[in-house]
Design a protein around this ligand. Sequence first.
Ligand SMILES: [Zn+2]
Ligand SMILES: [Zn+2]
Length: 95
Amino acid sequence: MTTERYWRLKEAGLCACCGEKEPVSGRVYCQSCLDWERLQSRSRRRVYAEIGICTTCGKAAPEKGRKTCRTCINKRIARYGEKRRSAAAAEKAAG
Ligand SMILES: [Zn+2]
Ligand SMILES: [Zn+2]
């Protein structure tokens, strides 16, 4: 959203997001845009979990018993290392 568009819509008394509806009093966005924004920011992960898609990327189907997809799990492993890898390695060495 450009600042110019924002101010023009605000001046016109229209929602600065969709530019179609009247904004909620004291706000620059209309009710539906506020709802959407809240959904996007706050409960996005919960919505993703509910509809059965990866809560990280929101694109792929999650792995069985997980909330994230294989790609996101792999990314996470690559970044943080496998969970308890050192413990498993120690066990292997002992046994
Ligand atoms: Zn709107
Ligand atoms: Zn994912």
